[in-house]
Design a protein around this ligand. Structure first.
Ligand code: OOG
Ligand code: MG
Length: 255
């Protein structure tokens, strides 16, 4: 049996050096709470290497994602400073193992959140909403995992791109969302596919963050989770997402 610290170190090394590892659950069973401890310990290596926490992300907030990955519960992970990619920017394929992209909505937190808030209360703590793309890159072979495996692996986080910020009162319900690779639509969905209302994802984030003692601070990004299934990307592609009324987010994948 490996310790939490050993597993955390192995996953961290795999993530920062872009190589795949065996799913933990194939060799030993871990509980969900141990999985979150592995995530925390693994991300603490990033902090020791100079990164900072810049936000949190929600996962499996849509039916499409749960079905695609064969899991059935919401999860959350940590976004660190190396993960932010500029809109219209570039990323290098060599940073990744088998990356996928998914269209999301992102919130900018304006005031520290202490407790658990509902989908109306959270609006008082946000000063911007934006369309976004998340790049996910499971460290596990064949992108296969149990719920505990993916939580330990910081929910496959590796990158995210945020579009232009819009005021907090911009309607974000019932928006058409399209994901493009090289100009071709590869996924299409609606913002209501995120828990029926993306604000509910931020409310859920306050609940999970509170449960796991993770403060959500002013200035943090919160990613609401994908509205559609995720699509694999390759080098030399241009990825974009169009989120109705929030605009277009795009980046280029070079060698
Ligand atoms: C886990 C991450 C899920 C989302 O938006 O649902 C996620 C994965 O699919 O690898 O980020
Ligand atoms: Mg995501």
């Amino acid at each position: 049996m490996k310790t939490i610290e050993t597993i955390a170190r192995e996953i961290h090394n795999a993530a920062v050096n872009a190589y795949e590892v065996e799913q933990i659950s194939l060799n030993q069973s871990i509980s969900l709470s141990e999985a979150y401890k592995i995530q925390e310990a693994s991300i603490s290596h990033r902090f020791q290497e100079g990164e900072t926490l810049i936000g949190i992300k929600m996962g499996f907030t849509s039916e499409a994602k749960m079905k695609q990955m064969g899991v059935s519960d919401m999860i959350w992970g940590r976004l660190t400073s190396s993960m932010l990619i500029l809109n219209h920017g570039k990323t290098h394929f060599s940073k990744y193992i088998h990356p996928r992209v998914e269209p999301e909505i992102c919130f900018m937190i304006s005031r520290d959140i202490e407790g658990v808030l509902d989908e109306n209360q959270v609006k008082e703590y946000v000063n911007g909403v934006a369309g976004a793309i998340e790049i996910i890159d499971s460290r596990y072979k064949n992108f296969k995992f149990s719920l505990e495996d993916v939580v330990a692996d910081n929910c496959s986080s590796i990158g995210f791109v945020v579009g232009d910020w819009h005021p907090v009162n911009t309607p974000i319900k019932d928006l058409t969302i399209e994901l493009f690779i090289d100009g071709e639509v590869v996924e299409k969905g609606n913002s209501n596919d995120i828990l029926g209302d993306p604000w509910k994802s931020l409310a859920a984030a306050t609940r999970l963050a509170h449960q796991y003692n993770q403060p959500i601070k002013a200035g943090m990004y919160v990613m609401a989770g994908a509205a559609t299934s995720a699509a694999f990307i390759q080098a030399n592609q241009v990825v974009s997402a169009n989120i109705e009324s929030l605009g277009t987010v795009t980046f280029e994948v070079s060698e």
